[in-house]
Ligand binder design. Structure first.
Ligand SMILES: Nc1nc2c(ncn2[C@@H]2O[C@H](COP(=O)(O)OP(=O)(O)OP(=O)(O)O)[C@@H](O)[C@H]2O)c(=O)[nH]1
Ligand SMILES: [Mg+2]
Length: 502
């Protein structure tokens, strides 16, 4: 049987049907199904009808925003194509789900649809490893299922059953595609993922300063010396251990990272490359970068590269020379990095947000749930007349950040300013919250910055992890809204946060 070899043990296609979320087509067929086929190899005892139903309910309900399939900010439902990961602890399974909508020719409206692959918890790292390669076959297969549903006017599980026998070959074809992907793993499938991040670039570009800023070890900044050897440090991020490698850039050390590839670059999930905007030393830096990209390519490691343009201090950021350097850096870098995903950030250790945001961006790239979280956060803020929403962990790392399209052009603070204004309060916040009357649990702390600018901070807990929601609005009444609505929103996103990094 195909599942003997596959990490994926099942698949279900669900829609919002006549009676709510329904699992229309599922494979393998559960033993307790009323569908009777002669060939019993298509059946399983691993999952029951109820499990498929549970997956349909849990996944489809994330796409239902109060049952109006509309988004006030004009997001086209046709364009929704989001992947996410949800936990199903009672069957020790992780569901890797594709979320989309389709126009139902039967009911003449947009209907949420999901396709979920079932992966046993102990093979969870398989999802992450294969994430990018799984996306296309999943989307294609979902499209096939949607066509069948539309052609046959199917809107319930029962109606689906009549057509299922004809679809079995499509399911089997789909699984054999997945089998081919699995046959070529990128990294070993392990039980617990450990994230590895590398920070490198020429010497004196501010790598160690950046890392100290993330840790808020500001007092060490003034006495900082050049780093003399690659140094590692760990960070616990939502239960996942993140290994950070600070690789110094002194000329004689640059070869080390290339030569000792196995130690430093192998298995890296994200690479941060540093360039000093005030002294970019472009040709030297490009040479070093080129060597790194080369070894990555040799080992087929197509990891995201995040460029940290440092010392972009506010007082000099607008200077002509700085802008000129920036343009040259970008023009030179882009051809060097071939097809690695990349992103540029400007940072200054005098803006904590710039550092935290750049660092968290890289971590967000590792989350299969980032897009779905941002989709839901956007839905929440736009329904509640909030302009900006950030979800952070207790260290201020940004897990999701969304901004409404600016309807009113003027007088709206950009996201970094909102954060920068609120940041100094962060140190006192933990204290303020701990002094909180337990009955006040669930209220938001309000900061007013001008007659009509308000920032709200709402602490919340998911399992053992503490999070903060930071919201910016033009209304003094948002705290009341948060009090009424935030809990429900939190319940919706809870599972996505638990599996933020699989
Ligand atoms: N103005 C300004 N100076 C910075 C900034 N970041 C770092 N620096 C300064 O740049 C110098 C070098 O910083 P480091 O963090 O030691 O640089 P590094 O990349 O770790 O250097 P190596 O360890 O030799 O590879 C220090 O004097 C820092 O104070 C910044 O954002 N703005
Ligand atoms: Mg250093």
């Amino acid at each position: 049987m195909i599942f003997d070899k596959l990490y994926i043990k099942g698949c279900t296609f669900s829609i919002f049907g006549q009676l709510g979320p329904e699992a229309i087509f599922s494979y393998p067929i559960p033993d307790d199904s009323s569908l009777e086929l002669e060939d019993r190899t298509h059946y399983t005892s691993r999952y029951s009808q109820r499990h498929y139903m549970q997956v349909a309910v849990k996944s489809i309900s994330l796409l239902l925003s109060d049952y109006t399939f509309e988004n006030p900010d004009g997001v086209k439902l046709d364009d929704v194509a989001i992947f996410g990961v949800l936990p199903y602890p009672d069957i020790k399974t992780i569901g890797f789900t594709y979320f989309t909508y389709y126009f139902s020719t039967k009911s003449q409206q947009y209907i949420p649809a999901t396709l979920t692959l079932f992966v046993p918890e102990n093979h969870r790292s398989y999802i992450y490893d294969s994430l990018s390669r799984l996306k296309e076959p999943i989307q294609d297969f979902t499209r096939e299922m949607i066509t069948i549903v539309n052609q046959n006017q199917i809107s319930s599980e029962l109606e689906g059953m009549e057509h299922f026998q004809k679809n079995i070959s499509q399911f089997l074809q789909f699984f054999s595609k997945l089998q081919n992907i699995q046959a070529k793993p990128i990294s070993p499938i392990t039980k617990h993922r450990r994230i590895k991040i590398v920070f490198t670039g020429l010497e004196n570009t501010g790598k160690t300063s950046f890392l100290l800023t993330i840790k808020r070890n500001f007092s060490e900044l003034p006495s900082l010396l050049p780093t003399t050897e690659p140094t590692q440090d760990t960070l616990n991020f939502l239960g996942t251990t993140i290994l950070k490698w600070d690789i110094p850039g002194k000329e004689e050390l640059r070869n080390v990272i290339i030569k000792k590839y196995e130690t430093y670059i192998f298995d890296t999930d994200v690479l941060y490359y540093f360039i000093d905007i005030q002294n970019p030393r472009i040709s030297e830096s490009m040479e070093f970068l080129q060597n790194i990209v080369e070894v990555l390519s040799e080992h087929e490691q197509k990891i995201p590269i995040i460029f940290i343009i440092t010392k972009f201090d506010e007082d000099i950021s607008q200077r002509e020379q700085i802008q000129h350097n920036l343009a040259i850096i970008k023009a030179k870098i882009i051809p060097v990095i071939r097809d690695h995903p990349y992103k540029f950030f400007h940072t200054s250790i005098f803006s904590i947000y710039s550092v935290l945001n750049a660092f968290s961006y890289g971590l967000r790239q590792l989350s299969p749930n980032r897009e779905l979280l941002e989709h839901l956060l956007k839905d929440f803020i736009s329904k509640n007349d909030i302009l900006t929403g950030l979800l952070m962990n207790e260290n201020g790392l940004v897990i999701a950040s969304v901004q409404r399209p600016l309807i009113v052009k003027n007088n709206i603070l950009p996201i970094n300013q909102v954060f920068e204004i609120a940041a100094p309060q962060f140190t006192t916040i933990a204290h303020q919250f701990s002094q909180f009357n337990p009955r006040a649990e669930g209220t938001a702390i309000k900061y007013q910055f001008s007659e009509e600018d308000f920032v709200y901070l709402r602490k919340f807990q998911v399992h053992e992890f503490t999070f903060f929601g930071l919201f910016y609005s033009k209304s003094s009444k948002t705290d009341k809204i948060l009090k009424e609505k935030f809990e429900k929103f939190k319940n919706r996103i809870e599972n996505l946060l638990i599996l933020y990094i699989v």
